[in-house]
Design a protein around this ligand. Sequence first.
Ligand SMILES: NC(=O)c1ccc[n+]([C@@H]2O[C@H](COP(=O)([O-])OP(=O)(O)OC[C@H]3O[C@@H](n4cnc5c(N)ncnc54)[C@H](O)[C@@H]3O)[C@@H](O)[C@H]2O)c1
Length: 359
Amino acid sequence: MSNTKTILVTGGAGFIGGNFVLRQVRRGDTLVVNLDALTYAGNLDSLDSIEDNPNHAFVLGSIGDRALVDYLLERYEPSAIVNFAAESHVDRSIDSPEAFIQTNLLGTFQLLEATRKYWRRLSGKARDNFRFLHVSTDEVYGTLGATGKFTEENPYRPNSPYSASKAGSDHLVRAYFHTYGLPVLTTNCSNNYGPYQFPEKLIPLMIHNGLKGKPLPVYGNGANVRDWLYVEDHCRAIERVLAAGTPGEVYNIGGNNEKTNLEVVHTLCDLLDELRPDSPYRPHRKLIQFVADRPGHDLRYAIDASKIQKDLGWEPEETFETGLQKTVQWYLSNQTWCQRVMDGSYRGERLGLEQSGAG
Ligand SMILES: NC(=O)c1ccc[n+]([C@@H]2O[C@H](COP(=O)([O-])OP(=O)(O)OC[C@H]3O[C@@H](n4cnc5c(N)ncnc54)[C@H](O)[C@@H]3O)[C@@H](O)[C@H]2O)c1
């Protein structure tokens, strides 16, 4: 095999994990062991292009399956673990929080325990260079008023079962550094968008519905503010933290692109008008419908990403405009991928997707 290192990626059939896995496998020097439970959010269609690539080993299973994780660590001896696996949709956490506790909290705990046992047995360079990178969210910090940004020093104030379960996992990761010396890194990132995002999230849902002339549901008055980052920029940031981050440190990642949900939807409608000039649904803004707000909906998130910029030299490459243009083009060119998600055929079942969550 041509690869020179092996990493274990969890949740690599999901949106961000999938983009990350594609990048690593295409580089050609890394064997990626991809452990994913294939929940509704896991989609092997996204990994079609690397299906037969010898640098990708897909394993169906859960991060909470201790025996399986022990076996994978023993067999593949990875030099790093990148933990994307999670239940990630706020609306689903409000309806059914249990799966969020199971995977985000207990699953991460099992993964940390297996990693601790594995890392303890390593020696020399393998032990010194090993890293456990935990991918988390800005939602753990709670909500902001009209001003200010989240720094790494902000206290945790999670407001949804999703963010509470992620906050709990972040605390466990931190404790494994302070208690056991496990070389962990944590990243807290703002809202991502880009190719392969499941169409229950705001941007792909609006594109999908806009193309079909369906209503574009916007929570409340659309004034909630999120900071948006193109998924490839997030993947580059994770690569940077993995390569040069200091164990035990937390890095906030953001795009400096604060937008209200309504601004995002307006921009998407205008892009669809431009890219689909013959659409009978122009102007797409006509399709916007305001719907009852999400309970406990955080008003504003904004990330101060100056630490990762200063310490590791990372900056986003895409602006919101260039990233969104690429994203809409991707969905227009990959309608089969979207259709197979919407009709459930990507996993052999039908799903009801009506939410408009933006994290
Ligand atoms: N999407 C965002 O905007 C965003 C922003 C910041 C941080 N994050 C974090 O990044 C990570 C990835 O987010 P995403 O949007 O790609 O999520 P996603 O929901 O698209 O993907 C999650 C993946 O994890 C898998 N999974 C779920 N439970 C599992 C388990 N027990 N064992 C193994 N695999 C399991 C799913 O099958 C899926 O492939 C999450 O930890 C999330 O909290 C997401």
